[in-house]
Design a protein. Structure first.
Ligand SMILES: Cc1cc2nc3c(=O)[nH]c(=O)nc-3n(C[C@H](O)[C@H](O)[C@H](O)COP(=O)(O)OP(=O)(O)OC[C@H]3O[C@@H](n4cnc5c(N)ncnc54)[C@H](O)[C@@H]3O)c2cc1C
Length: 403
C-alpha cells in the first residue's frame, strides 16, 4: 500500500511518523518548505487535553517530546479589561490531564524531527492525476529541490496541506470559507510582563477581547479580536495604535494592571501584529471516486475560539492511525474501507467541535456581552460540552469491530 501525504504540518507529520510502523505500508510525505524553515514562527498555541489524551494513547513517546517543549495549560481565566474576574476554570476539573501551551514553530520542529526522513522537503506539487482504471489511485508529479520527480500508483493520498488546501480546491472545488465578522491579530514577544501574564487568560472590553499566555522560552503569545462587518475587510483605522487603544480601553478609561500592560504592548510601534479574519470552512473528510483523505485544516478549518485547530489535527491523525493499525493488523488493506472507517470515526466528532467552537464565539461577535456570555460558560450545559470536547477524543466504541 503506497501512501502519499501532502504537507508536513501538524497532521501530516504525525501521520508520516505513525504510518512508517504499519506493515505493508510505504509512506512518502511531501512538504513544500525547506528543512528547518518553520512557518508561523510568530504564534503560540494551546493544545487541549483532548489532543494530549489522544497522543498519549496513540504515540506516548511523541506526547513526551511535545510536553518537553511546552508549559502546562492548567487554567482558563476570563476577566474584563478593568480587572474584574468573570470565570476561572481548572482544566483538571474537566479532564484527567491538562493541556499544553507552546510556540507553533516549536510544535512543528518537534513533530517534523520525530517523523525524520519520511518527510521530503522543498517539494512542489505540479500535478495530481487520478488513474483512469477505476481504482481511485493517483499519480503525483512534483519537484524536489528543483528536480522533477514522480510518485505513481499512490493507493491513498492524504491531503494535510492546511486551510488553503490546493488538493481540496482541485478535487472538491473552491472552499468558500464563511466569514464570521471578527478581525484578529496576533503577536509573540519576549516576556517583559514581570509575572503579570502566565497561564491562558482572556480579557474583554465589550466584545473586543485580548487573549494571552506565556510560552517557552519565556515569551508571551497574545491575540486580539474585535467585531467587524461580516465579509468586510478589517477597517484600517482599527489597525492603528490609536484604534487599538480605543477598542480595548473601557468607557471609564480604567484598565486593570494586566490590561494596562497588554494595551501598552499592542500599541507599541516596535511590535509586529499579524492580521487575519475569523472564518470557517465546510467540513469535508474525503473524496469519492479518488482515494483522498482530507486531514486537519484541509478538512475542517474552524474558528480558533476554543483553540481546537491543531488540537483536532492531532486528534484526527491519532484516530486515523488507530483505524489503519487495527484494519491492517486484521489483514484489511482495502483503501475504501480505510477511508470509510476513518470518515465514520471523525465526521460527528468534527461537526460537534466546529459547532461548539462557533457557539463559544458568541461573546466575540457584534453585540456580544462578555458578562452574561461568560456566565453561561460556567453553567452545566456549556461545562458538559466542554467535558465532551476534552474527553471524547477516540474512535467510537464498536466501529472497528463493525469494520
Ligand atoms: C493565529 C492562529 C492561532 C491558532 N491557535 C491555535 C491554538 O491555540 N490551538 C490550536 O489547536 N490550534 C490553533 N490554531 C490552528 C492550527 O494552527 C491549525 O489548525 C493547524 O496548524 C492545522 O494543522 P494541519 O496539519 O491541518 O495544517 P498545517 O499545520 O497548516 O500544515 C499544513 C502544511 O502543509 C504544507 N503545504 C501546504 N500546501 C502545500 C503543498 N501544495 N505542497 C506541499 N506542502 C504544502 C505547509 O507548508 C504546512 O507545513 C491557530 C491558528 C492561527 C492562524
Amino acid at each position: 500500500m503506497k501512501i502519499a501525504i501532502i504537507g508536513a504540518g501538524v497532521g501530516g507529520s504525525i501521520m508520516a511518523r505513525g504510518l512508517a510502523d504499519v506493515p505493508g505500508v510505504e509512506v512518502h510525505c511531501l512538504e513544500r518548505i525547506a528543512p528547518g524553515d518553520h512557518a508561523e514562527a510568530g504564534t503560540g498555541l494551546n493544545l487541549g487535553p483532548n489532543a494530549v489524551q489522544a497522543l498519549l494513547a496513540t504515540d506516548p513517546d511523541l506526547a513526551r517530546r511535545i510536553e518537553a517543549a511546552s508549559f502546562a495549560w492548567s487554567s482558563w481565566r476570563v476577566s474584563t479589561m478593568g480587572g474584574q474576574e468573570l470565570m476561572k476554570l481548572a482544566l483538571k476539573d474537566i479532564a484527567p490531564v491538562e493541556g499544553w501551551r507552546l510556540r507553533w514553530a516549536e510544535l512543528y520542529r518537534v513533530l517534523r524531527e520525530a517523523a525524520g526522513a519520511r518527510i521530503r522537503y522543498s517539494c512542489d506539487i505540479t500535478a495530481v492525476t487520478p488513474k483512469t482504471d477505476g481504482t481511485g489511485r493517483v499519480d503525483i508529479a512534483f519537484t524536489e529541490a528543483g528536480v522533477a520527480r514522480t510518485l505513481d500508483d499512490v493507493d491513498l493520498l492524504i491531503a494535510a496541506d492546511g486551510r488553503f488546501s490546493q488538493l481540496r480546491a482541485q478535487f472538491h472545488g473552491p472552499i468558500n470559507a464563511r466569514q464570521v465578522g471578527v478581525g484578529i491579530f496576533r503577536l509573540l514577544v519576549p516576556n517583559t510582563s514581570g509575572g503579570l501574564i502566565e497561564d491562558y487568560e482572556q480579557w474583554f472590553n465589550g466584545p473586543a477581547r485580548l487573549l494571552g499566555y506565556r510560552v517557552p522560552e519565556d515569551s508571551i503569545y497574545m491575540s486580539g479580536t474585535f467585531p467587524i462587518p461580516v465579509g468586510a475587510e478589517i477597517p484600517e483605522e482599527m489597525k492603528t495604535r490609536e484604534g487599538l487603544r480605543r477598542i480595548f480601553t473601557p468607557a471609564d478609561g480604567i484598565l486593570g494592571e494586566q490590561g494596562r500592560w497588554l494595551v501598552d504592548l499592542i500599541t507599541d510601534p516596535t511590535v509586529d501584529l499579524h492580521w487575519a479574519r475569523l472564518q470557517e470552512s465546510p467540513l469535508c473528510l474525503r473524496e469519492t471516486g479518488v482515494n483522498i483523505l482530507y486531514l486537519g485544516d484541509s478538512s475542517n478549518g474552524m474558528v480558533p475560539t476554543l483553540g481546537q485547530g491543531a488540537t483536532q489535527a492531532i486528534e484526527s491523525s491519532c484516530a486515523a492511525l488507530e483505524v489503519i493499525r487495527a484494519l491492517s493488523a486484521a489483514g484489511q488493506y482495502d483503501t475504501e474501507l480505510w477511508l470509510e472507517t476513518i470518515t465514520r470515526a471523525r465526521q460527528d466528532r468534527l461537526r460537534f467541535v466546529m459547532d461548539f467552537s462557533m457557539e463559544a464565539s458568541d461573546t466575540l461577535l457584534a453585540g456580544g456581552d462578555p458578562i452574561s456570555g461568560t456566565a453561561k460558560k460556567t453553567e452545566p450545559p456549556f461545562q458538559a460540552k466542554l467535558s465532551q470536547l476534552y474527553n471524547d477524543f477516540g474512535v467510537p466504541d464498536g466501529l472497528l469491530q463493525e469494520a
